[in-house]
Design a protein around this ligand. Structure first.
Ligand SMILES: Cc1ncc(COP(=O)(O)O)c(C=O)c1O
Length: 372
């Protein structure tokens, strides 16, 4: 129900894509995280319907109970193949995968203290609290400050867990994970990466942060989501047999209903499509460069990379809200947001899909130019 106090200002009346129906109007849409617009890809919908018909909505019990279908096992296997790991587990959400992953590391006795990036996603903060160990924050993406915090707070032989997003949702910044690995080695620690945004879209094989930096370290652990690039729904954790064993024996897998069948069917197909279509990643990169170059040409300050998330500030909160509203009137949707890491004034945030074309990107740029 939409009440006066509802936070849901805009209501979607169809699937999200380069064009999205908002309030019964087809808008040019540069938001959300459906990077390859797979959420309404016909093959994904068909796979989803087939799974729903075969298995019903869900198994109505947890994966650790009697709720693991052969379909869920296939998704586990497909995730392990995609990330080239010994094993993997598919969970009900990305949010829960961070909680399950950090709790499994705790159960393995891998850490005694947590050091967490100050703008890490909520679910990691909450995961850290469930570990019942001291938690300290460090300045975002600042490995020097991380080391200062370690030196200040680590006692005796305590082992640290460093927690960070791989790519931060508002600015699209990557965390300097190679620097964190060097620090983890020095202090006998480990690293948990929430890789929700980069998986599927970053790295030669779309394996996200690991792939982007070409990382290999047994101090690294990650979890992510299938709800963004892969066009499905649910979280996952790839990893060693030993680590995944502990995730499978944790509270999240034991105490929450297994992922819904329609989402599992979609997940399997989404992983297949992303594997088979590496050109989608190239297209996103090209689109991102087109947009960023155009914004830079207007004198706006944007990050110098080819990642799909591009945020910028123009004046203060009021001016940015007005720009957002004026674009909306012109049937163009970009976000004005104060989401994690945006700061008190907020930012204007755009997201590129592989399905945007240059004409649409240029249309956004020319309208923005007229308004500012
Ligand atoms: C960085 C990050 N981590 C975790 C999540 C949660 O994933 P999910 O939506 O699959 O629960 C999100 C948002 O969706 C996110 O942006």
């Amino acid at each position: 129900m939409k009440t006066k106090r509802s936070p849901f200002k805009y209501i979607l009346e169809g699937p999200t894509g380069a064009t999205t129906n908002i309030h019964q109007k087809d808008m040019l849409y540069f938001a959300g995280v459906g990077y390859f617009q797979l959420q309404n890809h016909p093959d994904i919908i068909q796979a989803s319907v087939d799974a729903l018909q075969k298995y019903g909505i869900s198994s109505a019990t947890s994966r650790a109970g009697i709720g693991t279908t052969d379909l869920l096992l296939k998704v586990d296997q497909k995730i392990a193949e995609f990330f080239n790991t010994d094993d993997a587990i598919y969970l009900p959400s990305g949010y829960l995968s961070n909680i399950a992953g950090i709790q499994a590391l705790k159960a393995m006795g891998k850490f005694d203290v947590i050091f967490i990036d100050e703008v890490v996603h909520y679910c990691n903060e909450e995961a850290a609290l469930t570990a019942a160990v001291p938690v300290y924050t460090f300045k975002s993406r600042d490995s020097k400050d991380l080391e200062v915090q370690l030196k200040t707070h680590l006692k005796g032989k305590q082992k640290p867990l460093i927690v960070s997003d791989g790519m931060f949702p508002v600015w699209g910044w990557m965390a300097p994970i190679p620097e964190y690995i060097a620090i983890a080695e020095k202090y006998n620690g480990i690293i948990w990466i929430d890789d929700a945004h980069p998986v599927g879209i970053i790295g030669e094989n779309g394996r996200g942060t690991y792939d982007y930096f070409n990382l290999k370290s047994d101090r690294l652990f990650m979890g992510a989501t299938l709800s963004k690039a892969f066009g499905a729904y649910g979280g996952f954790i790839p990893g060693s047999e030993e680590f995944i064993y502990h995730v499978k024996h944790g509270h999240v897998i034991d105490g929450s209903t297994s992922p819904v069948s329609a989402a599992a069917g979609a997940a399997l197909k989404g992983l297949q499509l992303v594997t088979e279509n590496p050109q989608w990643r190239d297209q996103i990169r090209k689109n991102a460069v087109r947009l960023k170059d155009g914004l830079k040409a207007m004198g706006l300050e944007v990050e110098n990379n080819d990642f799909p998330i591009t945020s910028f500030k123009i004046g203060g909160a009021e001016q940015m809200q007005n720009i957002h509203a004026e674009l909306f009137k012109r049937n163009i949707y970009i976000q004005y947001t104060k989401y994690i890491g945006a700061g008190p004034e907020g930012v204007l945030r755009t997201v590129m899909f592989s399905t945007h074309n240059y004409e649409q990107i240029d249309h956004l740029l020319s309208n923005l130019k007229e308004i500012i």
